[in-house]
Design a binder for this molecule. Structure first.
Ligand SMILES: [Zn+2]
Length: 95
């Protein structure tokens, strides 16, 4: 286990505050990324404010899934292709 810096909300009405969250150790199927930039989209805001009854929020919640970062560790079972990618997880591109 290790700790990572994060911004979390303690409840649906709480502001985001600096936090430290515990992460499990990497497995052979994981890729660890040093997050350099993180966007907060409307989906994140709905989750933080617990506005989607079909997927109730679990607090503390750490929003932000649109990130740009640098790969720092790769599990032994991970197969990667080197590409020039300018976004890693942009929900607006999902279909
Ligand atoms: Zn999003």
């Amino acid at each position: 286990m290790y700790n990572a810096k994060a911004y979390s909300a303690a409840s649906a009405t709480a502001p985001l505050t600096a936090d430290s969250i515990e992460r499990r150790d990497l497995t052979e199927n994981d890729v660890q990324i040093e997050i350099l930039f993180c966007g907060i989209c409307h989906s994140d805001l709905h989750m933080v404010r617990n506005e989607w009854s079909a997927t109730p929020a679990i607090y503390p919640i750490v929003p932000g899934h649109e990130i740009v970062g640098r790969v720092t560790q790769v599990g032994s079972a991970v197969i990667m292709q080197k590409r020039n990618v300018d976004r890693s997880n942009d929900c607006s591109q999902r279909r």
